[in-house]
Design a protein around this ligand. Structure first.
Ligand code: ADP
Length: 499
C-alpha cells in the first residue's frame, strides 16, 4: 500500500514539472540559432518529455565567446578564492534544495530508479561541489630554491574556456565531476550534455546564476555529438576538453585536439572490469550481493561495472547459485516507484544494442542462466532483464566489449595467477575487485591488476578524495580528488632577478 502511494506521489510530482529545453548561454535561456529541436523521450514508456534545442557550430561559437568574454573580464577567473567558494557552496545548497526535481528529471529522462537518484546521484553531486569548493584555496603555487639574487615562483592559473562533454548514465553526477573542478579553478565552462539526457543540466545552469555565478561562466549547449560536441572539441578558443564516454569517441577527442589548438584532453572511457571471487572469500553471500550491485546497479550502465565476474572453480556452482538469487532482486519496473531496483535502459537504441550482445553471447556458446530478453509486461519501455551468462571465456565478444547493460559474464579460473592473467587480458583498465580472506593475496592483486581503481572485499566504493579514472583504453583523466582540480589549472613559472 505504502509503495503504491509513494509511487503515485512521484508520478504526480513529475507531471507537475515544467521542463526547460532551451540552451543556456551568457546567463539566459535561448533557442538554438538554427531553431532546430529534438525530442527527449522517457525510456520507461516511450512518451515525449520535452522539446530540446539542438545546438550546432554557431551555438557553440556563441557559448565559447560568452565564456571567453567572462574569463577575460575576470568576473570569475579573478574573483577572490573565498568569494568563488561562497558561490559554489550556495550552488551546492540550491542543488540540495532542488533534490526532488533533479531526481525526477534524470529518472524520467534516462530511466534510472528514483531511489538511486535520491540516495546516490543527488547527494554525491552536492558533495562534489562542496568538496571542490573546500579545495579552492588549498591549491597553491610554489617558490623555487633558486640563488639569492633570484626570486622564482610557480603560479597556478585557470586555463580559460573548458569544454565538458558528458554521458547519459549519471547525467547530474558526471556533470558535477567535470564542472565543479573546472569552475572552482576559475575557468569558464561550456557543457555539452548527452543527447539522451539533456534536461538536468539546464536546471543546474539556472541554479548556478541564482547562486551568484556570473553570466557567461557556465553555458549549456545541448545537441548531438557530431553537431555540437565536435565543434566544441575542435574550437580554438577552448583550452581543455574534459570527456566521459566511449573509448571510440574519447580517441576522437585526442584527434580533435591535434587538429585544432592542442588543447588539453582528459578522458574517462569505460571498462570491462574484472570482479574476482576467490574460493577463500570469507562470505559468498556478501560477495554475491556486491557482485550483483556491480553489474545490475543502474541497469549495468556504469563505466566501472564489474561485468566480468571471475569465479574460482572450487566455488563455481555454489557462487553461481547465490548470484542468480541476488540478480532476482533487481526486478525491472517503474523507475518512479521508490521500490524499483532496476529501470529501463536509457533508450530503445541502447536496448537494441544490449539485446544484440546477448544474441552474440548465445551464439558464441555461453549459457544464458537467467534473463536474456525483454521482461514480460514491460514491452512499452526500453527494458532488458538482468542477464547472467555462464561458461564465458575471456576471448568471447561479451567478455571483451563494453555492453553497458545488465549483462554479467561468469568466467571460471583456477588459482590466483590465472585470475590475474584473465583480469588483465583486456584493452580496458578502469576498475577491479577481489574477494578473499587472504590479506596478502588481496594486496598482491591490488599491485598486479592493471586498473585505476581496486576494491578489496567490496565493490565500487569511493570518496571524493579518491581519484576516479582508468588505465589503458579506459582513459587518461582523473575525476574527483584534488588532482582533478589541479588538472583544470596550468602552471606559470616566474623568474625575477632581484640581486
Ligand atoms: P555512449 O556510447 O555512452 O553514448 P559516446 O561516447 O557516444 O557514449 O557519447 C558520450 C558523449 O560524447 C555524448 O555527449 C555524445 O553526444 C558525445 N559525442 C559523441 N560523438 C561525438 C563526436 N564525434 N564529437 C564530440 N562529441 C561526441
Amino acid at each position: 500500500m505504502t509503495i503504491v502511494a509513494q509511487s503515485a506521489t512521484w508520478h504526480e510530482k513529475a507531471a507537475r514539472l515544467k521542463l526547460e529545453g532551451r540552451l543556456f548561454i551568457d546567463g539566459d535561456f535561448v533557442p538554438a540559432l538554427g531553431g532546430k529541436v529534438f525530442e527527449s523521450i522517457n525510456p520507461a514508456d516511450g512518451s515525449v518529455l520535452a522539446e530540446v534545442s539542438s545546438g550546432g557550430p554557431a551555438d557553440i561559437d556563441r557559448a565559447v565567446a560568452s565564456g571567453l568574454k567572462a574569463f577575460k573580464a575576470g568576473v570569475w577567473s579573478r574573483m577572490s578564492p573565498r568569494d568563488r567558494m561562497a558561490v559554489l557552496y550556495r550552488f551546492a545548497d540550491l542543488i540540495e534544495a532542488h533534490k526532488d526535481e533533479f531526481a525526477i528529471i534524470d529518472t524520467i529522462d534516462m530511466g534510472k530508479p528514483i531511489a538511486e537518484m535520491l540516495a546516490v546521484d543527488v547527494p554525491l553531486a552536492v558533495l562534489c561541489f562542496r568538496f571542490t569548493a573546500e579545495c579552492i584555496d588549498k591549491v597553491q603555487g610554489s617558490v623555487g630554491a633558486t640563488s639569492p639574487d633570484v626570486l622564482s615562483y610557480v603560479l597556478r592559473q585557470p586555463l580559460g574556456v573548458v569544454g565538458c562533454i558528458v554521458p547519459w548514465n549519471y547525467p547530474l553526477l558526471m556533470t558535477a565531476w567535470k564542472i565543479a573542478p573546472a569552475l572552482a579553478a576559475g575557468n569558464s565552462v561550456v557543457l555539452k550534455p548527452a543527447e539522451q539526457s539533456p534536461l538536468s543540466a539546464l536546471l543546474l545552469a539556472r541554479l548556478f546564476v541564482e547562486a551568484g555565478g556570473p553570466a557567461g561562466v557556465f553555458n549549456v549547449v545541448n545537441g548531438f555529438g557530431p553537431e555540437a560536441g565536435k565543434p566544441l572539441a575542435l574550437h580554438n578558443d577552448v583550452e581543455k576538453i574534459a570527456f566521459t564516454g566511449s573509448a571510440e569517441i574519447g580517441k576522437l577527442m585526442m584527434t580533435y585536439s591535434g587538429q585544432s589548438n592542442l588543447k588539453k584532453v582528459s578522458t574517462e572511457c569505460g571498462g570491462k572490469s574484472p570482479h574476482v571471487i576467490m574460493a577463500d572469500a570469507a562470505d559468498l553471500e556478501t560477495a554475491a550481493t556486491w557482485a550483483a550491485m556491480g553489474i545490475f546497479g543502474n541497469q549495468g550502465e556504469v563505466c566501472c561495472a564489474g561485468s566480468r565476474i571471475l569465479v574460482e572453480k572450487a566455488i563455481l556452482p555454489e557462487f553461481t547459485e547465490i548470484f542468480r538469487a541476488k540478480a532476482a532482486s533487481y526486478a525491472p519496473g517503474d523507475p518512479l516507484d521508490p521500490a524499483t531496483g532496476m529501470g529501463p535502459l536509457v533508450d530503445f537504441s541502447q536496448q537494441k544494442r544490449v539485446l544484440n550482445y546477448i544474441g552474440i553471447g548465445k551464439q558464441a556458446g555461453a549459457a544464458c542462466l537467467t534473463g536474456g530478453g525483454v521482461p514480460v509486461g514491460l514491452e512499452k519501455g526500453a527494458y532488458v532483464a538482468p542477464t547472467i551468462f555462464t561458461g564465458v571465456t575471456n576471448d568471447m565478444t561479451i567478455a571483451r566489449e563494453e555492453i553497458f547493460g545488465p549483462v554479467a559474464s561468469i568466467i571460471a579460473f583456477d588459482g590466483y595467477d590465472e585470475a590475474v592473467s584473465i583480469a588483465n587480458d583486456t584493452n580496458f583498465g578502469l576498475a577491479a575487485g577481489i574477494w578473499t580472506s587472504d590479506l596478502g593475496k588481496a594486496h598482491r592483486f591490488a599491485r598486479d591488476v592493471e586498473a585505476g581503481m581496486v576494491y578489496i572485499n567490496s565493490y565500487m566504493n569511493g570518496d571524493m578524495q579518491f581519484p576516479f579514472g582508468g588505465w589503458k583504453e579506459s582513459g587518461n583523466g582523473r575525476d574527483k580528488c584534488m588532482d582533478a582540480l589541479i588538472s583544470y589549472t596550468q602552471t606559470k613559472s616566474v623568474w625575477a632577478t632581484i640581486g
